[in-house]
Design a binder for this molecule. Structure first.
Ligand code: NAD
Length: 486
């Protein structure tokens, strides 16, 4: 087989396989097809894994984990760095299949691939050395971190590869084997990422299984998987936790969010409106940490609303370089969003821009970016995680009251405060019940900073050294001198 310029066989981006024990593996005629959200055309066939496939992957992962744990840290770092370089080399191909997977515009798809590369490289800069707790003549106490073994990573459809890299890289870096289960809606880019990984990791260290929604429970219940990293919705997260409890598996969860943004009276209305809307409408709002409820001080409410409406009207829908955002990812979620908009119409909320009906002339699962002007706090569009380009703007006048309204949710992923008065921003920010507080910005992430979640938005902390520790058992060694020695 011809090698490409980086020295490994060219990837075929047309046919898709499971990756089990270092091999491409098909499920014969048992296949399924994703739907391209832009065109509603069928995407290529992907495997539907059975329990037999799961057992084979888990068996290979168990074997691989034992030897991979013995590989020196620096060697594991080198493998991940080379893998990142190879992804970079194929970035345009990956972005292309990520578009048909997710409905991302070409620019958003490129962004996700380049974020994956940054994440892989970023995690390689972290370390997890043993910690000396006490080093006295008569006693030494050291804590070290050992890999848990086999980690199953269950990922959602909105950021199929970026979200998976959040756990795949720390798991592999710390010496575990990782079995990747992408969402049935978005298996394509993930399967190819895993296929490419076979050139850099020994068989069984990085595997991928595609399937239906009934594949997840086969992993969460499996007795020989030691940890599940789950990223998805809060209701499914609860099922995952219940299932993992049967084997007392380690479980970390990144779940839904309903991020508030609090806009203070002293802001520049135009620049803040543009910044907040840019996050809210990016990827048609299908981002866990998108701004989803905007509380604007009454003194600037009209100015921010007007500026945001003007900006949002310029956001072009489509797939190309000139498009800001694409369609909703899948039919189920499209039906949910249409129902949410029907509720906006039924309850006679004020639509400042956009529409309660999808555009009739675009073909895919498109929703027009829509702003709802000052709905009541108990409106569905405020209470629920819309995960859609439908954004409610509400008025506030009293600090204590707006904090209580912003915190009145089971979600606690992110929140932001927008103010020119940094004391006010800090005062408000510290009262918000969320894992990630942003001041005059929103949704910024980096591998060196923990990404925690409060309330029902998650369990455990991703990213940074916390993310590495989450993939490890902690072991403390207490040592005394042997009798007769000093
Ligand atoms: P989902 O919960 O429907 O599915 C997530 C994954 O779980 C998929 O791979 C699915 O096949 C699998 N799954 C479904 N049922 C299962 C079961 N019983 N056992 C095990 N696995 C099962 O979520 P989704 O619709 O794909 O993603 C959207 C949600 O994900 C949103 O709520 C969003 O906020 C959240 N999300 C959170 C983060 C974060 O970092 N907090 C990041 C991205 C997405």
């Amino acid at each position: 087989m011809a090698l490409d310029k980086t020295g490994y066989p060219p990837l075929d981006f047309e046919t898709f396989y499971n990756i089990i024990d270092g091999e491409l593996s098909s499920t014969q005629n048992n296949v399924r097809y994703g739907i391209n959200p832009f065109t509603l055309e069928k995407n290529p066939a992907v495997p539907v894994s059975s329990l037999h496939d799961v057992d084979r992957a888990v068996e290979a992962a168990g074997r691989a984990a034992k030897s991979w744990a013995e590989v020196p840290w620096d060697t594991r770092v080198s493998a991940i760095r080379e893998y990142a370089n190879a992804i970079e080399d194929k970035a345009e191909d990956f972005a292309r299949i990520l578009m048909m997977d997710t409905g991302k515009t070409v620019n958003l798809a490129r962004d996700e691939i380049s974020t994956c590369i940054q994440y892989l490289r970023g995690f390689c800069q972290l370390s997890l050395p043993s910690e000396v707790i006490e080093d006295a003549k008569e006693r030494k106490v050291v804590t070290r971190y050992t890999p848990v073994g086999v980690v199953a990573g269950i990922s959602p459809w909105n950021f199929p590869v970026q979200v998976a890299c959040t756990w795949m890289a720390p798991a592999i870096l710390t010496g575990n084997a990782y079995i990747w289960k992408p969402s049935p809606y978005t298996p394509y880019c993930s399967l190819k990422f895993a296929e490419l990984g076979q050139h850099f990791f020994p068989p069984g260290v990085l595997q991928a299984l595609s399937g239906d929604d009934d594949l997840g429970p086969l992993l969460t219940e499996h007795p020989n998987i030691q940890m599940v990293s789950f990223t998805g919705s809060t209701p499914v997260g609860k099922k995952v936790m219940e299932s993992c409890s049967k084997t007392l598996k380690r479980v970390v969860m990144e779940l839904g969010g309903n991020d508030p943004a609090i806009v203070c009276a002293n802001v520049d209305p135009v620049s803040v409106a543009i910044k907040i809307a840019s996050v809210a409408f990016c990827h048609s709002g299908q981002i866990c940490i998108a701004t989803k409820r905007i509380y604007i001080h009454e003194a600037v409410y009209d100015a921010v609303l007007a500026a945001m409406v003007e900006f949002v009207k310029t956001l072009k829908l489509g797939s190309g370089e000139d498009a800001y955002t694409g369609p909703i990812n899948n039919k189920n979620h499209f039906e949910y969003v249409k129902d949410l908009l029907a509720d906006v119409e039924r309850t006679k909320l004020t639509v400042a821009t956009g529409s309660t009906k999808p555009p009739s002339d675009m073909g895919g699962y498109y929703i027009v970016p829509t702003i709802i002007d000052n709905p009541p706090d108990d409106a569905r569009v405020v209470v629920e995680e819309q995960f859609a380009p439908v954004l409610p703007l509400m008025k506030w006048s009293d600090e204590a009251d707006v904090i209580s309204r912003a915190n009145n949710t089971n979600m606690g992923l992110g929140a932001s405060v927008w103010s020119r008065d940094m004391d006010q921003a800090e005062r408000l920010g510290k009262q918000l019940q969320a894992g990630n507080i942003w001041i005059n910005t929103h949704a910024e992430l980096q591998t060196s900073a923990p990404f925690p979640a409060h309330k029902q938005s998650g369990l455990g902390t991703a990213m940074a050294v916390d993310g590495l520790k989450a993939c490890c058992n902690v072991q403390t060694i207490h040592t005394r001198p042997a009798d007769g020695t000093t």
